[in-house]
Design a protein. Sequence first.
Length: 134
Amino acid sequence: PILTPEILPRPDTNVNFLVPATPVESARGLITSDPRIAGMWYFTLMTTTESGATKLAAFCMDEGLETCVINSDNTRLFRVIALPGSTERNDAKMAKTRSKIRAIGRKWAGTTDGRGSDLRDAYPSMKKDPLFKS
């Protein structure tokens, strides 16, 4: 017998699929919602597994740095973002946040979960508007 393959229609590539992050509870509440505002600068502390990101975010929050965990472009990796953000990449608010990140990073490096990572490679990144196509 002759086998003919089933031809399926092509998916619509003009549709934006927004996949919500899985809520994760910490001692201070949900940390996997994305409160960032498009056009603002935020520090990305680390990109890692969901478990690793959640542990770092909870540690930072316990140390007084507000953070959130968001799904990265790669669905298996998650980013830990420090709050608050700023309209300027290099203003006093960002310098204060960087200083706080470095102080917390020294403590994080000494923990089992930190494994020597002192967060010195944290970098500022702008939250882009997901509806804007460049």
